[in-house]
Design a binder for this molecule. Structure first.
Ligand SMILES: [Zn+2]
Length: 256
């Protein structure tokens, strides 16, 4: 109750300046396509996001309002119909001036083998902590070419709502786990087979890393190039439309 009251008060007293919001939307085709009502709700969500989450600069960079609004807009686009409480489990976003190095990372592969090494990352979502983003990659996100590191990392956060990221976020009551798994397994296998044949896949081959990465990459496509995902993996598109409660590609074109 208190949270709802506080949010109403923030919305009544603050706003994102028109010129800043309009410029950010204009640079993000996936958002510019939304109808006026949805854009208004997204603007409110982004304002609340900026009040409730700390956007923290790392490695000596400064984060200005333009950057904050761009991050908030891209972060809130996936939860437009889910609400900001979907992000209640974390409090901050850390922004790096460039791709960042995570030293001495330990990773266990499917065979139980532990790999150690340094990773260069454009973004990362910590299971019990912040989202990390490289600013140049945020800038490149949501431009209509299928890349969106913000949708990617926040998809991991949604996936983690029921524990570790595994490509199966908590589904709504009208969805079926079996249908989700059938759609995602078939598409994942298709990608792995295509890579095995040495083909150049139509999506980022990083999606083949594991089911969690696959879900995150599919979410990038869903918001940034929904028509391509709908054409390429229609069953995955349908599952994501049910999960995000959005239909960014609109109904498939038919005879009029
Ligand atoms: Zn990822």
């Amino acid at each position: 109750m208190f949270r709802a009251w506080r949010r109403r008060r923030i919305l009544a007293r603050h706003s994102i300046p028109d010129a800043l919001w309009d410029a950010t939307v204009a640079a993000t085709p996936a958002v510019a396509r939304l109808d006026a009502g949805a854009q208004r709700r997204l603007r409110d969500l982004a304002l609340l996001f900026l009040h409730e989450k700390a956007i923290e600069p790392a490695d000596g960079m400064t984060v200005d309002d333009v950057m904050g609004v761009r991050i908030a807009l891209l972060a809130c686009r996936p939860i437009l119909e889910l609400g900001l409480d979907s992000y209640a489990a974390f409090a901050s976003v850390i922004v790096y001036p460039d791709a960042f190095l995570v030293r001495d990372r330990e990773r266990v592969d499917e065979d139980g083998v532990v790999h150690r090494g340094d990773d260069v990352l454009t973004g990362e979502a910590w299971e019990q902590g912040p989202v990390l983003l490289s600013w140049p990659d945020v800038e490149a996100s949501g431009r209509g070419d299928g890349y969106d590191v913000v949708a990617h990392e926040f998809a991991h956060k949604l996936d983690m709502l029921d524990g570790e990221a595994n490509g199966l976020p908590p589904l709504h009551g009208n969805m079926r786990v079996a249908e989700w798994e059938a759609a995602f397994d078939a598409a994942y296998d298709d990608l792995v087979r295509s890579l095995g044949r040495g083909e150049e896949p139509w999506i980022d081959p990083y999606a083949a890393e594991d089911p969690a990465e696959f879900f995150a990459v599919m979410s990038e496509l869903f918001f940034d190039v929904p028509g391509e995902l709908q054409a390429g993996y229609p069953d995955v598109y349908r599952q994501l439309a049910a999960f995000y409660r959005q239909d960014p590609a609109g109904p498939p074109a038919g005879p009029t």
